[in-house]
Every structure is written in C-alpha cells, then in structure tokens.
Write a protein that binds this ligand. Sequence first.
Ligand code: E4P
Length: 227
Amino acid sequence: MQLVIDSANIESINKLIEFFPIDGVTTNPSIIVNEQKPFFPLLKEIRSLIGEERELFVQVIAKNAKEMVEEARFICEALSGNVLVKVPVTMEGLKAIKLLKVEGIRTLATTIYTPMNAYLAAKAGAEYVAPYVNRIDNLTGDGVKVVSEIIEIFKRHHLSCKVLAASFKNVQQIHNISLAGAHGITAAPELIEALVEHPSIKENVEKFRKDWFDEYGKESLLLNSSK
Ligand code: E4P
C-alpha cells in the first residue's frame, strides 16, 4: 500500500522523507495556496526533495476539458520525474482524462464521492482515483464503505485503476481503509506521524535502555561488545 504525503510544506516533506517510507506527494490548489509561495518554484523544490522516482501529483485549475488538457501538458513540461495530473471528476474532467490518456499523460481522478464517480474515471483512463473519505463521512456518508465498493467494482470488472484514498482526519479512518484493500493513502504530515505514535512504545524503549544501563553502565558498550 502506497504511503503518500498530502502537503506542499517543504519542512514537513523533508522530515517525513527522512523518517518514513514515503512513495510520493499529493497537492491540490488549497494545499499550494497555504504555502504562500510561487506555484512552479514550490513544486520544483518538492521534486528535488523527493527525487525523480517518487510520484508528484499536481491538480489542474481549469473547468473545461480543453484548458484542463493544456494545463496538464504545461505541468508535465515544467516538472521532471514521475508526475501525475489530478483532474476533478466532472463531465469536463472525464473528457480531459480520456484525452490525456491518449496523449500518455498520467492522471488521478480527484473529488471522488461515489463508486460510480470512480467507475467512470477508471473507464475513462485514470491511473488512480482519490475518494475523499473524511469529506464523505462529514456528509453523513460512509467513506470506508465507498472505498470498499470501489475496490470491489474495480476487481469484478477488471479495471486496473488504483485507489489512492484521500481526505483523512484520524488514524482509524486510515486503518479501516487499509483493511478495505486500498492501493494507497495520502494523508497530512501530522496524521502520518500519528501512525507511529503509541505511549507503550516509548515506555518499552525506556525500560529496555534502563535494563541495559543498569547492567553495563553505558550505551556504547553494545558497539564494543565482541561479536
Ligand atoms: C487529495 O487528493 C485531496 O485533495 C485532499 O486529500 C483533501 O483532503 P481534505 O479533505 O483534508 O482537505
């Protein structure tokens, strides 16, 4: 299951890349605007931080297919490495996804709220769909159920599109999505860090170290021990 950072914050990405097994970075217009930096220089900075292999997802702004396609081309020309263009799943978006597929530009269909949204995007040629788990929950829907059904539909109909679940507000949502079999999750930095947090871990580590120090006095003795 892919683990992707949903942020354009350089400091956060830098830290997560160092400590976590990260596969890529997703952005959207709101995430970019939060950083208050020029668009392409910021994306190029992210690219240089994450390297050429990790996937970088950049969203179009236009509302009609023709302009979406032009923006997608522009994004792919401006950025090096593995780039995917995020396209909202409107009618114009579906048209753009179809056209971009013909051109060989990889897409992620975003703003996915229903299994049928996902089905259409997959059939149009999107490489990924991004169901908005928490936003669905907030509409008194069931984000995990929507993701499970998307996965089931893709399996039954042999659609090769991957599910990169998005929009999370807590670890339990990510846990449930993982069990449902999503191909990946994209989450805010603080939520990715929360995946490793458990009070017992710190307590256990402290106890192991105390036992060691009580017997041998200092940590470096481990490296000085004969093999
Ligand atoms: C990712 O594709 C989405 O843009 C993002 O995850 C939405 O998350 P939010 O609902 O927390 O804003």
